[in-house]
Design a protein around this ligand. Structure first.
Ligand SMILES: Nc1ncnc2c1ncn2[C@@H]1O[C@H](COP(=O)(O)OP(=O)(O)OP(=O)(O)O)[C@@H](O)[C@H]1O
Ligand SMILES: Nc1ccn([C@H]2C[C@H](O)[C@@H](COP(=O)(O)O)O2)c(=O)n1
Ligand SMILES: [Mg+2]
Length: 238
C-alpha cells in the first residue's frame, strides 16, 4: 500500500506532493484534526430518560455544537430501510446494545458530513466495546489520494447526567414520542444494561478525571444552568 502510494506520488506535481506531506505532518502532530480543524468532541452519558437529548438541544443553541445522538442515528437507520434495520430494531426493543461497528460507522459518517469542529455526542459510548473501538478507529478525511489523512478521535470530557431510576422511569413513561422502547418492560431492561455496561464506561472516564457530573434530577432549566457552568469552566471549549 505504502510502496504503491510512494510510486504514484512520483507522478504528481512536486508542489502538490510537498503540500500533501506538510498537511500530513500537521495532522500527525495534532490529534482530532478533521480537514485541518481541531475537532472537539464531548460525550453526554446518563441513564435512559436522564435528559441527555433535552439538554443537548440547549447546548447546541447556546454553544454552537452539532448534536449527534447515537440512538437517533440508529433509529434513522431503521427507518431508512437499510439491510441492518431489522436487526437494529430488534436489539433496541430488547433494550440491548447494537454492535459497535454499526453505531461507529454512523457516527463517523455524521461527523465527516457535519463539517463542524464541535460535536456533542449523546448516548455514546454505551459500553466498553463502544468506547475502545471508537477511540481506536480513525476517521478518514478527504478523498482518494488523501485517504492517508487519518485522525484519531477522543473526547475532551464527558458530561454525566446523574438521575434516579424512579425519576427516569416517570419521564420515559410520560415521553410520548412513539418510541418502541418506551414501555415498562424495555425500560427495566435498559436500566439493567445501563448499570451493567454503561456505568463502567463512566467510571473509566472518571478515573481519568474527565467526567463532569450533573445533577439531572432537577427541573430542566436548572440542569441547563449547571451544564452551562460546566462547559464554561473548560478551557476554550465554548
Ligand atoms: N430535567 C427534567 N425534568 C423533567 N422532565 C425532563 C427533564 N429533562 C427531560 N425531561 C423529559 O423527560 C423525557 C426524557 O428526556 P430525554 O429524551 O431528553 O432523555 P434522554 O436521556 O435523551 O433519554 P433516552 O436515553 O431514552 O434517549 C422527555 O419527555 C423530556 O421532556
Ligand atoms: N451507543 C448506542 C446508543 C444507543 N443504542 C441503542 C440502544 C438504546 O437503548 C437505543 C436508544 O438510544 P437512546 O436514544 O436512548 O440514546 O439505541 C446502542 O445500541 N448503542
Ligand atoms: Mg435521547
Amino acid at each position: 500500500m505504502r510502496g504503491g502510494l510512494v510510486a504514484s506520488a512520483r507522478l504528481l506535481p512536486r508542489p502538490l506532493v510537498r503540500w500533501f506531506l506538510q498537511r500530513r505532518a500537521q495532522l500527525d502532530i495534532n490529534e482530532n484534526m478533521l480537514g485541518g480543524k481541531k475537532v472537539k468532541i464531548i460525550f453526554v452519558l446518563g441513564g435512559p430518560g436522564s435528559g441527555k437529548g433535552t439538554q443537548c438541544s440547549n447546548i447546541v443553541e447556546h454553544f454552537g455544537f452539532i448534536h449527534l445522538s447515537a440512538g437517533e442515528l440508529l433509529r434513522a437507520e431503521i427507518n431508512s430501510g437499510s439491510e441492518n434495520g431489522t436487526m437494529i430494531d430488534t436489539i433496541i426493543k430488547e433494550g440491548k446494545i447494537v454492535p459497535s461497528e454499526i453505531t461507529i460507522k454512523l457516527l463517523q459518517e455524521a461527523i465527516i458530513k457535519g463539517g463542524n469542529d464541535k460535536y456533542i455526542i449523546d448516548g455514546f459510548p454505551r459500553n466498553e466495546e463502544n468506547r475502545a473501538v471508537f477511540e481506536s478507529v480513525q476517521l478518514q478525511t478527504l478523498v482518494t489520494y488523501f485517504q492517508l489523512l487519518q485522525i484519531n478521535i477522543s473526547p475532551e470530557f464527558v458530561l454525566f447526567f446523574d438521575c434516579s431510576e424512579e425519576e427516569m422511569e416517570r419521564r420515559l413513561l410520560g415521553r410520548n414520542q412513539g418510541r418502541s422502547d418506551d414501555n415498562i418492560e424495555t425500560i427495566r431492561k435498559r436500566f439493567k444494561v445501563f448499570v451493567e455496561s454503561s456505568l463502567p464506561v463512566i467510571e473509566y472516564y472518571e478515573s481519568k478525571g474527565m467526567v463532569k457530573k450533573i445533577d439531572a434530577t432537577k427541573p430542566a432549566p436548572e440542569v441547563f444552568e449547571d451544564d452551562g457552568k460546566r462547559m464554561k469552566f473548560t478551557n476554550g471549549i465554548t
